[in-house]
Design a protein. Structure first.
Lengths: 369, 367, 99
């Protein structure tokens, strides 16, 4: 009589199917992934179903030797010196939007956070909290996006985790990525380092990401060519550091846009900031979209841009370096750090007036007034 | 954007500002009664390029600032009900009620949705037949055609899970209330251009005559605002008091007749309480009898509303131009944009919020 | 209460008995209710507030206004120039001879 192999799940009382007897030496998963079109609670249980997700979705997408070892933790060598470490969680809705997905954000976001310290990003972890019922094809797409983004950024995802929560909790998929990078010697970058006289520049057009999300948000949707600018900035930062080792501040203006970042820098450094509105690069269609909804582009999120503050004598060559690097073609000088009005960010309007750019209180909302 | 960006040309703006400086010989106070105009003035720094002799007083032109506390508290009570999807324009979410705001209700589990148009709220009602969808229908006359159409369509298509909480206010009665209030300093008005797109401007010449003030229908871009101000100053300097239309590319005397027909069908005139000012007779619109079934006030009677304004808040005096924001004892201390006591500190174009942000700069520069 | 923006009508269609259109605002296209502008045509411009077109832009009037703004101040500049030239001539050559 042929033996029937009873799966571990069945032993634990979980629903399963009995397989045909197979040769252990050529053991392969008897439950093909396509039989589960949606994520179920078992996929987070740490057992066979979790393993399936790993083998059919995450490993093929993230492809690297570290992950293939599948230990409880990953051990790696690192050059001596200073390390940068960062973490961020991604809960964007919708998960897929013009120009990208939560997967792109999850990788580029942490790569950029590390890069803003001047670090060269090396390794990332990825933790997933997935809602029961989430379609597997969407999870695969997210994972593939992450793998592609990681390769583009020159980083490897070497640790990860998956949990599944009950239907009704979790908005589809949340992702946390943490990352580690190496900071070259001689670098001291931080918001406190801005000094009166410094030149402030941005690496490109502002407001693209936030308005791309708006364009697909229920109740506010519109058609346009606007796409998220999600991109890895590690190469741009490397180019900047070649042009000027003594960069004072690097900051990626994500939530709260340019305004939040400049206000934080002004507060941290105890200096004032003045920007010329007419010099701030904004895509005309993004401008139009902001006009219709009554939003200020300076408060809208970006996911592939940086603010760079340098001593004035280095400004020209840093601007040149940014413009020649990937994603930096539209870079522009937008203002200066000043000693007046410490802690306040002021914009000179195109018509010669000025307005204070305030720290946004919570999310910016469309208005009718 | 065509028909928008051209009216922001900085060279022409500077020349127009210089022209205004040339013609003004004494101090004048001009009020705009339109939140959109207030926003544009602050956002572009227009009052800074005007000669010192001209004072811009920001009037009660933002529905965020003047929606009565009772309505806000009602909105909050309805939004807290289970099975209700509460829809609103974004402006209203942070406005403080007696004890909380829509954001906090959302935090506590309320289903609150920001929409761009009342038609979006109507769509949400279509898509969620098992829920009650309530739309906070506020605004001046500009927004009334949109709000009215959503109710008309709800009735036509029997979308009976849709209802509106109405708080419409009108500009001409506000102008009268300002002119009648003791200590009024306003010499001339900029009339809200987009309100007049809808209503036309037939109601204004009588106000010019009664109060002997110039009223100029004005647009929103820097060139439009400066032109409205220029024409007002010209009249003031030459002792005139008439209505002029400085926004002729979109405003005509009859207004939008099709919109007026629908408004007259869906709404009827009513007394309205203006937050901080008090009741102004015949200064608002409510749903007419034919549409009472879509009135959220009737559908969701919420009793036990005891509106309680902060005793320190002086938004009313500020809206009338009687005092400046920094003359309020709570300004910048108990009352800040993060912790607003009144609506004028919440809205980006509320006089207090604007003053808080710009005023700090002036203070620091003069140190 | 007046955030209304100019856009160009790209298409007009009926939606459940209501006149609607696709309007292009500088590259952003949104569906807008045209019920209040029954005579507006494709290619025309309108002012749109919260998803409703409330007024057609009179393009002739718009061009006229822009011309006025362009000329305003320019006239004054020209007069200033004339005055400056005039006073220079007086300084150099005495009173202007009557022609």
């Amino acid at each position: 009589m042929k033996e029937q192999i009873v799966s571990k799940d069945a032993q634990q009382g979980k629903a399963t199917r009995i397989s045909q007897p197979v040769d252990f030496s050529k053991f392969s998963c008897p439950l093909p992934l396509q039989d589960y079109p949606n994520v179920i609670l078992g996929h987070g249980g740490g057992g066979k179903l979790s393993r399936e997700l790993l083998e059919h979705i995450f490993l093929p997408a993230f492809k690297n030797i570290h992950l293939d070892r599948l230990g409880d933790s990953t051990v790696f060598d690192i050059a001596s010196g200073r390390l940068a470490f960062s973490t961020d969680s991604y809960v964007v809705q919708p998960l897929f939007f013009p120009g990208g997905s939560i997967g792109d954000l999850a990788i580029n976001g942490t790569v950029n956070d590390l890069s803003m310290s001047g670090a060269r990003p090396l390794y990332l972890s990825a933790g997933f909290i997935i809602e029961e019922g989430f379609p597997i094809v969407q999870l695969k797409r997210i994972a593939d996006d992450m793998g592609a983004a990681a390769r583009r950024a020159g980083v490897a995802i070497i640790a990860g985790d998956t949990k599944v929560v009950q239907r009704g909790h979790g908005d589809g998929c949340y992702i946390n990525t943490s990352g580690v990078g190496v900071v070259p010697p001689g670098i001291d970058i931080g918001p406190h380092r801005a000094q009166p006289g410094d030149t402030i520049m941005v690496s490109g057009t502002l407001g693209d990401h936030g308005m791309a999300i708006m364009s697909v948000r229920e109740g506010l949707e519109f058609e346009s060519q606007i796409e998220s600018d999600s991109a890895p900035l590690h190469a741009m930062v490397a180019d900047i550091l070649v042009a000027c080792l003594d960069v004072h501040v690097l900051r990626d203006p994500t939530r709260g846009g340019l305004s939040a970042s400049l206000n934080e820098i002004a507060a941290s450094s105890g200096c004032g900031i003045v920007v010329e509105e007419a010099n701030i690069p904004i895509n005309p269609t993004v401008h139009s979209a902001c006009e219709i909804l009554g939003l200020d582009p300076l408060l809208v999120a970006n996911e592939g841009k940086l603010i760079c503050i340098v001593p004035p004598e280095a400004a020209a060559q840093v601007l040149d370096a940014i413009r020649k690097s990937p994603f930096g073609a539209s870079a522009a000088v937008i203002g200066n750090v000043v000693s007046e009005h410490p802690g306040l960010v002021v914009a000179k309007t195109a018509i010669g007036g000025s307005r204070v750019i305030t720290l946004p209180i919570g999310e910016q909302l469309p208005r009718i007034c | 954007m065509k028909y928008l960006t051209e009216y922001r040309d900085s060279e022409r703006v500077k020349r127009l500002a210089a022209e205004i400086s040339r013609i003004v010989t004494k101090p004048w106070a001009i009020m705009e009664v339109c939140g959109g105009q207030t926003h544009s003035i602050i956002r572009n720094g227009i009052d800074q390029i005007l000669p010192d002799a001209i004072e811009m007083i920001h009037g009660p032109g933002c529905p965020v600032c003047v929606t009565p506390l009772e309505i806000i508290d009602q909105a909050l009570a309805i939004a807290s009900l289970p099975n209700v999807i509460f829809c609103s324009f974004g402006d209203m979410l942070r406005v403080p009620g007696s004890t909380e705001n829509l954001f906090k209700i959302q935090g506590a589990g309320g289903d609150i949705r920001v929409v761009y148009s009342p038609l979006d709220a109507l769509n949400i009602a279509r898509q969620n037949p098992d829920k009650e969808v309530v739309f906070l229908a506020i605004g001046f006359e500009t927004t009334a055609p949109a709000n009215a159409m959503s109710v008309k369509l709800a009735k036509e298509h029997a979308i009976n899970n849709y209802s509106v909480l109405v708080s419409h206010v009108l500009v001409p009665p506000a102008i009268e209330a300002i002119m009648n209030s003791p200590g009024n300093r306003v010499d001339g008005f900029l009339a809200a251009g987009h309100v007049c797109c809808v209503t036309g401007f037939a109601a204004y010449p009588a106000l010019c005559k009664r109060y002997k003030i110039p009223i100029v229908v004005t647009g929103f871009e820097p060139l439009d605002l400066l032109e409205g101000i220029r024409r007002t100053i010209l009249q003031l300097e030459s002792g005139q008091a008439k209505l002029e239309n400085a926004y002729a590319r979109v405003v005509r005397e009859p207004g939008n007749v099709a919109a007026q027909l629908v408004i007259n069908d869906v709404f009827e005139l009513t007394d309205r309480a203006w937050r901080g000012i008090g009741v102004i007779p015949n200064s608002g619109w409510q749903l007419s009898n034919a549409y009472r079934d879509y009135d959220a006030e009737i559908k969701f009677p919420v009793s036990d509303i005891q509106p309680c304004e902060s005793p320190m808040c002086r938004a009313g005096d500020i809206l009338k131009g009687a005092i400046k924001p920094n003359e309020c004892a709570a300004f910048g201390k108990e009352c800040t944009p993060r912790n607003p006591l009144g609506a004028t500190m919440v809205s980006g174009e509320g006089a207090c919020a604007a003053y808080y942000n710009y005023g700090r700069l002036v203070q620091l520069e003069s140190q | 209460m007046c955030l209304a923006v100019p856009g160009q009508i790209e298409s007009i269609f009926d939606k459940d008995g209501t006149r609607m259109g696709k309007v292009n605002f500088g590259g952003v296209v949104k569906e807008v209710c045209l019920a209040y502008l029954p005579d507006i045509q494709i290619g025309d411009y309108a002012i749109v507030h919260v998803g409703f077109a409330i007024s057609q832009i009179d393009e002739l009037s718009a061009q006229e206004t822009l011309r006025t703004f362009a000329e305003l101040g320019m006239l004054e500049d020209e007069l200033e120039e004339l005055r400056a030239t005039d006073s220079e001539e007086r300084t150099h050559s005495g009173p202007v001879n009557p022609r």
